[in-house]
Design a protein around this ligand. Structure first.
Ligand SMILES: NC(=O)C1=CN([C@@H]2O[C@H](COP(=O)(O)OP(=O)(O)OC[C@H]3O[C@@H](n4cnc5c(N)ncnc54)[C@H](O)[C@@H]3O)[C@@H](O)[C@H]2O)C=CC1
Ligand SMILES: O=C(CO)COP(=O)(O)O
Length: 334
């Protein structure tokens, strides 16, 4: 495989983890960031301590605060910022990119405006420009810190064609990072977004010490609601059984390494979602997703008992105990 020139937008936890995989695979990797401290940390100390403690990353990774410099000769562009920042960064990318690129999104969210898919929105942002050659996105259980530790990780890449997905698998895959190709962008995206809200529920149940039976039941109900939701967007069942669906749901709704899970625990500690959110200064995509999923559920009359409960806890001042009291009552399976 030829060396690729890869630009990662964002110097956060996941962007850094992917940079490490790609540099380990001998690609040229440059990260674009807006926080000087993170850029210096990467360039000088070969670490990104705000997100990943003092774990060392590949010395070949470079970082810059100059978008034009970051986009000098890019073959593959990775959007490594949270959903809320995507519009802003794409505007700049269009201004400074020099040639058409394979664009890969990593954000896990939904589109609020159209009550639809984030991929549709991202492609729309690029519309009319010639800088996007193909669109793909990464999904699956991959907590950044474990990827940086080179612990075995398996995820999916969803592209518009299977040929492109397979080609990109070659770029990312190595002995600790396995990538599975698919064209089911909708299934992957819905799984990835919705599991974050379910992970908040996982943290809530854990904090109440609800037990392993309850936890397993939540995962089962959550997976069913994810699929019920996905059907409205033409998603395929097999994606929900793959790394993007079942895999990421099990991970994030069970692990203290997940920020969404930890937010759930904090909500119980505070007995109040608003207070917990005020004190929680980390990227938690599940909060916005719960609201948008709830709206989409209403629009398409999708039966989503779990999402209604979690929405009410997050936005309507309903106490977190209501998850324990209600989620096991109105059980509907696919
Ligand atoms: N952390 C993880 O383990 C994983 C995260 N993801 C997803 O990746 C996406 C990014 O998450 P993380 O890396 O975890 O977030 P993070 O909170 O660790 O980092 C976000 C980064 O984006 C940067 N940023 C924000 N606005 C920006 C802008 N306008 N221009 C340039 N940079 C900007 C911040 O400075 C920060 O460096 C999220 O959607 C998340 O769900 C996916 C898989 C694993
Ligand atoms: O999506 C993730 C792992 O696959 C990361 O989960 P959190 O955003 O909850 O930390």
């Amino acid at each position: 495989m030829n060396k690729k020139n890869i630009t990662i937008i964002g110097t956060g936890a996941y962007g850094t983890a992917l940079a490490n995989v790609l540099a380990d695979n001998d690609n040229n990797v440059i990260m674009y960031g807006i926080v000087e401290q993170q850029i210096d940390d990467i360039n000088i100390y070969h670490q990104n301590s705000v997100f990943l403690d003092s774990k060392k990353i590949n010395k070949k990774i470079k970082a810059t605060n100059s978008m034009p410099a970051a986009l000098e000769n890019t073959d593959i562009l990775i959007l490594g910022v949270p959903t809320v920042a995507i519009k802003h960064v794409v505007n700049d990318i269009i201004k400074y990119a020099k040639k058409p690129m394979d664009v890969i999104n990593t954000a896990k969210g939904l589109d609020e405006e159209s009550l639809g898919l984030l991929s549709t929105k991202i492609k729309k942002y690029f519309e009319g420009s010639s800088v996007i050659k193909t669109y793909s996105a990464l999904y699956g259980p991959s907590i950044a810190v474990e990827v940086v530790d080179r612990q075995p990780t398996a995820i999916m890449i969803a592209s518009e064609t299977i040929e492109k997905a397979k080609e990109l698998c070659e770029v990312f895959s190595n002995e600790y990072f396995y990538m599975y190709p698919t064209t089911d962008i909708a299934g992957c995206e819905i799984s990835a977004a919705l599991k974050n809200a379910i992970a908040i529920g996982g943290g809530i149940l854990k904090a109440y010490d609800a037990g392993d039976n309850a936890h397993a039941t939540l995962l089962t109900l959550g997976l069913n609601e994810m699929y019920e939701f996905g059907k409205h967007f033409g998603a395929k069942l097999e994606t929900f059984l793959n790394f993007a669906g079942l895999g990421d749901l099990i991970l994030t709704a069970s692990s203290k390494k997940s920020r969404n899970f930890r937010l759930g625990e904090k909500i119980v500690e505070n007995n109040d979602a608003k207070k917990a959110l005020e004190a929680f200064n980390l990227t938690v995509e599940g909060v916005e997703t719960a609201r948008i999923a709830y709206e989409i559920g209403k629009k398409y009359q999708i039966d989503m008992n779990f999402f209604e409960i979690i929405y009410n806890i997050l936005y309507n001042n309903v106490k977190p105990i209501s998850l324990l009291n209600n989620v096991f009552r109105d059980v509907k399976l696919v």
